[in-house]
Design a protein around this ligand. Structure first.
Ligand SMILES: CC(C)(COP(=O)(O)OP(=O)(O)OC[C@H]1O[C@@H](n2cnc3c(N)ncnc32)[C@H](O)[C@@H]1OP(=O)(O)O)[C@@H](O)C(=O)NCCC(=O)NCCS
Length: 160
């Protein structure tokens, strides 16, 4: 790992919103190249941001950013206690998005974001973390496996 001394993992601040929107768009573009599903549009970036920030405001998720000097270089979005259609366990959280700028990858920044995220979740009594990653996103699959995640479910698809 070759980390600069000034790398900081912190909670999102109001001034970060433009960077976050850009990160989401870049993440969505990378995922769209693997599986053309969620459209990487500015409109979708805005929809994502408003949902994600509302969850943070309501204490249902954390967005942590990695800051190096004055530059934001990545983020992680973890949700807990988000209710859907059914009552679900309050001890299970989900990693929704994680992104590190391409030129900063492989420097341990993703690991720092994940470790701080897990620490925050443990403090809230979370016992299990789930996430969904495209099987074609091999580097990310390896990253999560290296950190102890295991396959527990298969999503299937078929072209018609
Ligand atoms: C997955 C991701 C967040 C990891 O962040 P990172 O800062 O590169 O992670 P780290 O440096 O802590 O760990 C790198 C490890 O991940 C893997 N890795 C993933 N992408 C990599 C890249 N572009 N360059 C180098 N290593 C990469 C390697 O296996 C490496 O393992 P090693 O430490 O044994 O060499 C980052 O690659 C990324 O943003 N990818 C695109 C978005 C994405 O796929 N997000 C996850 C799905 S939502």
């Amino acid at each position: 790992m070759n980390l600069g001394a000034k790398l900081l993992i912190r909670d999102v601040l109001p001034n970060d919103v433009d960077d976050l929107k850009r990160f989401w768009l870049k993440l969505a573009k990378e995922m769209y190249d693997i599986e053309g599903y969620i459209i990487p549009s500015t409109k979708n970036a805005e929809i994502w941001l408003s949902f994600a920030l509302k969850e943070v405001e309501e204490g249902r998720s954390n967005i942590l950013v990695a800051q190096e000097g004055l530059e934001l270089v990545g983020f992680i979005h973890l949700a807990y206690g988000v209710s859907g259609r059914f009552e679900t366990s309050s001890t299970i959280a989900t990693i929704h998005e994680m992104y590190v700028k391409p030129r900063h990858r492989g420097r341990g920044i993703g690991t720092m974001l994940l470790k701080e995220g897990i620490k925050r979740l443990k403090e809230k009594g979370i016992k299990q973390i789930r996430l969904s990653v495209l099987s074609g996103n091999e580097k990310a699959v390896r990253f999560y496996e290296k950190h102890g995640f295991k396959v527990y479910r298969y999503n299937m698809h078929m072209h018609i």
